[in-house]
Design a protein around this ligand. Structure first.
Ligand SMILES: NC(=O)c1ccc[n+]([C@@H]2O[C@H](COP(=O)([O-])OP(=O)(O)OC[C@H]3O[C@@H](n4cnc5c(N)ncnc54)[C@H](O)[C@@H]3O)[C@@H](O)[C@H]2O)c1
Length: 310
């Protein structure tokens, strides 16, 4: 790759992706576009490329870049606070930037990978496959399903275009601290336990999530940009683990023996289980998660202790 655009590159997944791209392609020109609404420049320590501070829905891409300026585009910019209640803002900002990128990239069909989300599946007790009927339960999830619809429309018009949507599940790992209350449960529980407090979770701690380590997510995202298999794919670990399980694995990684403290779940809507069916991404993207939960938590805790980020 000679030149790459990463939107949302100051964020959690975007910065991990950007720095991995730079490591693999040291000569490439990498342009990050981010408006810092939730990202942080500190995530990009060591970045040597170009940075455009701007809202993707407002930046004039046509004027900024020549046609075919990039070999690949990774679109991760998004409002990621799922509790943001302003429906207009959530949908407008998340969808319009993507629409602009598609319009701009369609003429030379630059490979484009964008972040969708497991949130599109909503409340379902079954293993989530890409064919499941979406059931967005908030404006964030609704905006993500719009990205999938929009990309589907363009895939029909331009079937050879490598246009790929990735439905990330519950991602955890380095460089997520800036997300505060939206950071992963792995990080939130780590902070409490590191401070010597009992980790607090909803009763009875048996709610399950498909936790996927950010290094696996970066691999899947890079694979999608070169696989030439347009479509929408799940990116999870393919198995689900309970919050009790996360606590016992954090205890192991930290050498602690803290019991959870349970409290009532105040939310009437709460997903009991999320679990990705990753057979399609395994087959088409050759995606194979390398980190099971213990391995991912061990790697992450090592990084957290070394970086002092707590
Ligand atoms: N982290 C997860 O578990 C998860 C799960 C499913 C989907 N996703 C998706 O993955 C992508 C990355 O998420 P993340 O966890 O790194 O979150 P993040 O909040 O750390 O990163 C999002 C980045 O996009 C930037 N941004 C937002 N709107 C923008 C705009 N209009 N123009 C320019 N920059 C903008 C933010 O400043 C931030 O740096 C998002 O699209 C998110 O919806 C993440």
């Amino acid at each position: 790759m000679q030149s790459v655009l990463v939107t949302g590159g100051a964020g959690f997944i975007g910065s991990n992706l950007t720095l991995e791209l730079q490591r693999r392609h040291p000569e490439a020109w990498i342009v990050v576009m981010d408006d810092f609404r939730s990202g942080d420049f500190r995530n990009l320590e060591g970045f040597r490329g170009d940075f455009i501070a701007g809202n993707i829905a407002e930046v004039d891409i046509d004027k900024r870049f020549q046609e075919g300026a990039f070999d690949a585009i990774f679109h991760l910019a998004s409002i990621t606070d799922t509790t943001e209640q302003d429906q207009y803002r959530q949908v407008h900002d998340n969808v319009e930037g993507f629409r602009k990128l598609l319009q701009w990239a369609k003429s030379d069909q630059t490979p484009l990978v964008y972040a969708s989300s497991a949130a599109v599946y909503g409340k379902t007790e079954t293993v989530m496959g890409e064919r499941c009927t979406p059931s967005p339960q908030n404006a964030y999830a609704f905006s993500k399903i719009q990205l999938d619809h929009l990309s589907g429309y363009y895939r029909k018009q331009y079937p050879a275009w490598n246009l790929v949507g990735l439905r990330y599940f519950n991602v955890y790992g380095p460089k997520e601290a800036h997300k505060r209350h939206m950071a992963s449960m792995v990080y939130q529980l780590y902070l409490q336990m590191k401070a010597g407090k009992k980790p607090r979770i909803f009763k009875d701690g048996e709610q399950k999530r498909d936790f996927v380590y950010v290094k696996d997510v970066v691999e899947a995202t890079l694979a999608a940009s070169v696989a030439s298999v347009p479509g929408v794919y799940n990116v999870g670990s393919g198995s689900s683990s309970s919050f009790n399980d996360v606590i016992s694995r954090l205890n192991k990684a930290l050498g602690l023996a803290l019991d959870p403290e349970y409290f009532e779940n105040p939310y009437s809507f709460y997903q009991n289980v999320t679990q990705a069916d990753i057979s399609k991404s395994r087959e088409k993207l050759c995606y194979e998660p390398r980190f099971d939960l213990q391995h991912g938590i061990d790697d992450y805790v090592k990084w957290l202790l070394k970086s002092g980020e707590s």
